[in-house]
Design a protein. Structure first.
Length: 367
């Protein structure tokens, strides 16, 4: 058979590049002949997750023969209690990534435009192209969203706008005032996704509490995740909050069993552990203070970040520094695929991990 199988895929899929996963830590340790590798590459929670979540997931093991609850009743109930919203406003996903894709499948398609910022989260172009929509990338301003330019770029083909707040990998955050002004410009028939994966880490007074805006802007969808501050990245659990009718539409597209029983049990329990969340946020703040001070002392510029990571300007092609850090046993994230070839993104870790990163960086750059 000589048929080119690539040509069988639809056009949007052919234009995609697969996600480049890192090697497992144990494999890297074997290859490099080192131990004690520190992974600061995926914005995971260095504290792990709440012990309540672990216990709930272990207990769930006894029910493994059963399908999960397709409606996610107990988790939705727990989320509603915390956020004072209604259960029918929630759509659960296999990570918020899943929800972002559901949104694209529901509202965009061939001939429509999906807009997001330069340097924005990688999932947005994938979600757009997978449904054969045109991705419209608006140049960033100081690495942040240029909301005015995004407003100007709306056309009658625009169906969907993704905004990550804070954004990954830049860590930049838009204020309530600027986002509200933007929302007021967006036509009612254009869906705006507020991706709030790092919501729990932000404590700025001018950070928008977008849930309060849903009554005014029924075209807005908020996404949140258990992957970051709650430390459940491996469980894959995210959700959106929206107008009931939007949630109803997303639920038509959603696979009934897209979320597994462990993830739901773990997330439901994690919501109860307020102390764990506080600890995680406080550790992150201390780590951020430490890293920014050390980088200041070394003369490195970085993008001020509201998330659990910091993106640092290496002032030269960062690929070589990334490799050298790897050989020092420190894995960070190159962000050349975000049009930032000189930057490296480092996740905030435990204090000793942050120190490992700093001393490795000193060693490989001589600063
Ligand atoms: C990590 C991250 C997510 C969360 O992804 P999950 O699929 O929930 O693990 C979503 N958006 C942004 C901007 C992120 O950085």
């Amino acid at each position: 058979m000589s048929c080119d199988l690539t040509l069988l895929a639809n056009k949007g899929i052919r234009s995609l590049h697969p996600y480049q996963p890192g090697k497992p830590v144990s494999e890297l340790e074997r290859e490099l002949g080192i131990s004690n590798i520190v992974k600061l590459a995926s914005n995971e929670n260095p504290l792990g997750c709440s012990h309540l979540a672990i216990e709930a997931m272990q207990a769930e093991m006894n029910e493994i023969a059963r399908y999960p609850d397709a409606n996610g009743y107990y988790l939705k109930e727990a989320i509603c209690k915390k956020l004072a919203i209604n259960m029918d406003q929630i759509t659960l996903g296999n990570g918020s990534n899943d929800v972002l894709n559901l949104i694209a499948r529901t509202f965009a398609g061939p001939g429509s435009e999906v807009m997001f910022s330069q340097h924005a989260f990688v999932v947005y172009p994938i979600a757009a192209k997978a449904v054969e929509a045109d991705a419209v990338v608006v140049p960033a301003k100081n690495y942040a969203h240029d909301l005015e330019a995004m407003g100007d770029a709306i056309t009658d083909k625009t169906r969907l706008i993704f905004i990550a707040n804070p954004n990954n990998p830049t860590g930049t955050c838009e204020t309530a005032d600027s986002l509200r002004a933007f929302m007021q410009r967006v036509p009612e028939d254009v869906i705006v996704v507020m991706d709030e994966a790092y919501y729990e880490y932000v404590d700025d007074a001018d950070y928008p509490q977008t849930i309060n805006w849903l009554k005014q802007f029924s075209n807005m969808i908020i996404t949140r995740t258990f992957s970051k501050a709650y430390g459940l990245a491996g469980a894959r659990m995210g959700y959106s909050i929206s107008h009931e009718e939007i949630a109803g539409l997303l639920n038509r597209v959603r696979e009934p069993f897209n979320v597994n029983s462990f993830a739901m049990a773990g997330a439901t329990a994690a919501l109860k552990d307020v102390d764990f969340l506080k600890q995680a946020v406080s550790l992150n703040r201390r780590g951020m203070d430490y890293l920014t001070k050390e980088l200041d002392d070394m003369g490195f510029a970085y993008i001020p970040s509201k998330g659990n990571f910091l993106t640092v300007d290496m002032n030269t092609d960062a690929a070589a520094i990334y490799e050298k850090l790897l050989h020092q046993g420190v894995i960070v994230r190159p962000v050349a695929n975000y049009e930032m070839p000189n930057h490296l993104r480092v996740s905030i870790g435990l204090m000793e991990e942050n120190q490992r990163f700093i001393s490795a960086l000193q060693k490989v750059t001589g600063r």
